[in-house]
Design a protein around this ligand. Sequence first.
Ligand code: APR
Length: 234
Amino acid sequence: MALPRDASIVLLTGAGISAESGLRTFRDADGLWENHRVEDVATPEAFHRNPALVYRFYNERRRSLPGVQPNAAHRALARLEREWPGDLLLVTQNVDDLHDRAGSRNLVHMHGELLKGRCLACRRVLDWPGDLDADSRCPACRRGQVRPHIVWFGEVPLEMERIYRALERCALFAAVGTSGHVYPAAGFVEAAAPGARTVELNLEPSRVADAFQEHRAGRATDLVPAFVDELLGA
Ligand code: APR
């Protein structure tokens, strides 16, 4: 059934949408980093215990970004935002900048951003394209140590009020390339307005697949452009 043209849309993306750009996902076969599980480096405890390891993990990932490009799925979602007459919010769990570079603007990076740092003293969020280490100091307050602007396991994701407000009134919720292992994002499908259409676009059924009305199996670069064409009536 066609969606009314003024209907509001919430989209959720995960690592699967960036996989075909060459960025590794977390829970697929090659998801380990130097034999560490992501959960063992992406926590406040890990940062406290071994800050050098955590800084190195994110420095490596930050350095990989200039070498990768947005793919057809990122571009299709940016096109949908430009051409859809109703409200559209794109929520990503990804800390890469591929949605930004593809042109998405109504975008929430709920797990933070690799290219930013945050001052542990004054809490300012800072653009930080280069390496970070324990000696990195905040250019604003000049005293605080700067940590990666990443939401670690056990921390509260960003902009949750804005996300839930959009979910409560959406007519379509679609999730792309996410395994459904990590909450609260995995619970968004349950928080979508009663009566909203819910669609999962993923390589394989996610852990919360049963909560979606509709499933499309395949690669994001095939599924997402076709889905966007359908929504725009192209
Ligand atoms: N197209 C579509 N889906 C894909 C593709 C692809 N080309 N490649 C992989 N996938 C799917 C996988 O089948 C898997 O279900 O993408 C999903 C990726 O899952 P995860 O690696 O668990 O990534 P994600 O769901 O984003 O992880 C959530 O966990 O470690 C934390 O904070 C990190 O934001 C991350 C969160």
